[in-house]
Design a protein around this ligand. Structure first.
Ligand code: AVJ
Length: 323
């Protein structure tokens, strides 16, 4: 039996944790992996040999820097390079370096929900690429894009890297792409990364490393509930489980309760019962094929201008334009 008095939620985190853990089957959103510790764990994931996504996209940007830069500046040479969820900018710096060394007329506008991340990025850019004009924008993607749009008529090149779109179900992905599309002008470009279907074992390995970094990342949502909501999850009593369906291309992450247990979450005034082997679904990481990408773009009112890939076709960056 779940026990709950009438709870009043003060944050979206509280509300979603309550809803997700009192639902059946249980679920929690992957957006809650990312506090300071989660950011650090994701950095570690990006450096793991099994997590091929980062290296593949890095290779694509490195091998096509000039071509991509020319594309960004074609037509109207002056542009704003806007990055949604910029993070540490490691991959973007390849482009920024080339653009600045070759006299392209652009400004870089990283958008991130975390002011902390933006400060770090701005500082590292001042040091490494002092000639690049950086105008960070704190906020959600759409708040920031709207603000940028209202400013002036400069051409926008919008970057959305890392296959971050993969955390969304197709329906949500279409809504997201549509929202970006609505904020685009005819001359604007949308440069977006998609992780492609491949040998299912390669995908499983990327989300199930033997060192346990991904497991710690997945369990970090429980750690956050402990730290921020007064939970008493014992992280050792859950195991990280990954499945990949090669038909749908969906990788799913779960936390599985190793035993019957009851967890209390003080600030929600709730007790959560787990049966042995009961699951919490925590993340999807969607993999794509050309047909699905074309369909998503079409549904969102976008057209594919061109694409870039690595030699193994593990990963693709698509350049989209308003249809
Ligand atoms: C940041 C959403 C692209 O799904 O591949 C990495 C997050 N999860 N390992 C992904 C993640 C487990 C990652 N994204």
């Amino acid at each position: 039996m779940q026990k709950s008095t009438k709870a009043i939620f003060t944050t979206q985190f509280e509300e979603e944790v309550h809803a997700g853990l009192t639902d059946f089957p249980k679920h929690l959103s992957s957006k809650y992996f990312y506090d300071e510790k989660g950011d650090k764990l994701f950095q570690d994931i990006m450096n793991m040999p099994e997590y091929y996504l980062t290296q593949k996209e890095y290779d694509i940007l490195l091998n096509h820097t000039a071509e991509i830069s020319e594309l960004f500046s074609s037509g109207n040479p002056k542009f704003k390079l806007i990055e949604l969820g910029a993070g540490d900018g490691k991959k973007t710096k390849i482009l920024l370096k080339y653009l600045s060394e070759n006299g392209f007329d652009f400004k870089y506008q990283p958008i991130d929900i975390s002011q902390n991340v933006l400060n770090g990025l701005e500082k590292s850019l001042q040091k490494e690429l002092p000639n690049v004009t950086v105008e960070p924008q704190q906020g959600t993607y759409f708040e920031a894009l709207e603000e940028i749009n209202s400013e002036n008529g400069t051409k926008k090149v919008i970057l959305f890297l890392g296959s971050n779109i993969g955390n969304l179900l197709h329906e949500q992905a279409i809504d997201f792409l549509k929202s970006v599309q609505e904020l685009m002008q005819d001359e604007d470009l949308f440069f977006i990364g998609f992780d492609m279907k491949k040998n299912p074992q390669t995908i499983l390995d990327a989300y199930n490393d033997q060192t346990g970094i991904t497991a710690a990342f997945n369990k970090n949502v429980l750690a956050r509930i402990n730290n921020e909501l007064g939970g008493n999850f014992d992280l050792d009593k859950f195991l990280h489980w990954e499945v990949y369906d090669p038909e749908t291309g969906t990788a799913k992450s779960y936390l599985v309760s190793k035993e019957d247990q009851t967890v209390s979450i003080d600030s929600l005034d709730v007790l959560i019962d787990f049966k042995q082997w009961e699951t919490i679904h925590t993340e999807i990481s969607q993999k794509y094929d050309d047909k699905v990408v074309a369909w998503l773009a079409e549904e969102a009112g976008l057209k594919i201008e061109t694409e870039f890939s690595d030699s193994e076709k593990f990963y693709k960056n698509f350049v989209l334009r308003k249809r």
